[in-house]
Design a protein around this ligand. Structure first.
Ligand SMILES: Nc1ncnc2c1ncn2[C@@H]1O[C@H](COP(=O)(O)OP(=O)(O)OP(=O)(O)O)[C@@H](O)[C@H]1O
Length: 281
């Protein structure tokens, strides 16, 4: 569905490229987590995917169409919620009247349902909202547009604690088989339980691009202070009550819960070891 092909992008002729000959594919359906260090180019990648930026070389194809053409059929099927944005100083009702027309699958019922999830009123004034409330309201609109591809950049930044857990419910309850949600974030604990797929990037390389089912089939995530387990561990990092360990999974029928933070550290610190885990039969 989203094919990122050999793209090179820099923010200016004399600036080093943020992405250099970068390729990745996002297939139809599922919740994708996009992880990478600060400055790895995740936000840039989302803007390129949405056609808001154009690569100097290479292509981003959405359902076979290059997003640089910004065709109405492409734009009406992709929604991006940037990390920072501003909303006009108008009532939500007016905002919906002006903007929903660009999204043929927009549903007012879904909008009301999402507002309800975040305990937001339907006749709110966008100009009088706090940063977190604005984020919630805009994400409600983003989801209610029912685009096949939804790009969320740091969606839980600025949300209060109940808002974060409602965010998970809000995303999961809106999933359909043909909908793809790509979430770029550092707040891994806010999303680790809802991901279907994990993509980890580093310096224009994709270090990992696997479903969570495949990851937990191959790797076991445990917290332990057992020296025997420490010895077998592929990766260990200090954690409350011992160490967070990643071990080979000898019993794929009994997967453990994914520890996204450990997986990310493992990918950055020992990418070859991680890759070899997924190339072994
Ligand atoms: N508008 C801009 N003009 C110039 N350089 C930019 C601009 N936006 C981003 N950059 C640079 O591009 C690089 C990648 O930025 P980007 O925001 O895509 O990374 P990121 O992976 O999303 O980072 P973070 O995790 O910190 O949000 C950084 O070095 C950043 O300084």
């Amino acid at each position: 569905m989203l094919e990122i092909k050999d793209i090179t992008f820099s923010y200016g002729r004399h600036r080093p490229p943020v992405l250099n000959d970068f390729s990745a594919n996002i297939r139809d359906g599922g919740i994708y987590g996009l992880l990478g260090r600060n400055g790895a180019g995740k936000s840039t990648l989302l803007y390129l995917a949405a056609g808001l930026l154009t690569p100097q070389s290479g292509h981003v194809y959405y359902n076979g169409t290059d997003t640089r053409f910004r065709r109405p059929s492409t734009l009406s099927d992709i929604f991006i919620v940037p990390e920072e944005f501003s909303l006009p100083n108008i009532r939500l009702r007016e905002f919906l009247r002006l903007n929903s027309r660009f999204y043929p699958n927009f549903s007012l019922d879904d909008m009301r349902r999402h507002l309800d999830t975040f305990e937001l009123e339907s006749d709110l004034h966008l100009g009088s909202l706090s940063m977190g409330q604005k984020k919630k309201a805009f994400m409600c609109f983003a989801l209610a547009c029912n685009t096949s591809l939804l790009l969320l950049d740091e969606p839980t930044n600025g949300l209060d604690i109940p808002g974060k857990s409602r965010f998970r419910k809000f995303i999961v309850s809106s999933m359909t088989d043909d909908r793809t949600i790509l979430i770029s974030t550092h707040q891994v604990r806010d999303i680790d339980r809802i991901l279907d797929h994990v993509v980890i990037t580093e310096r224009s390389r994709v270090l990992l691009d696997r479903s969570t089912a495949e990851i937990t089939e191959r790797l076991r995530f445990v917290n332990s202070d057992s020296p025997a387990l420490m010895q077998q561990a592929l990766f260990a990092q200090p954690a409350v009550g011992g160490s967070a360990l990643i071990l080979p999974n000898d019993n794929p029928d009994h997967p453990t819960e994914l520890n996204l933070e450990s997986l990310f550290e493992y990918a950055l610190n020992n990418p070859e070891s991680l890759t070899s885990r997924f190339t072994q039969q």
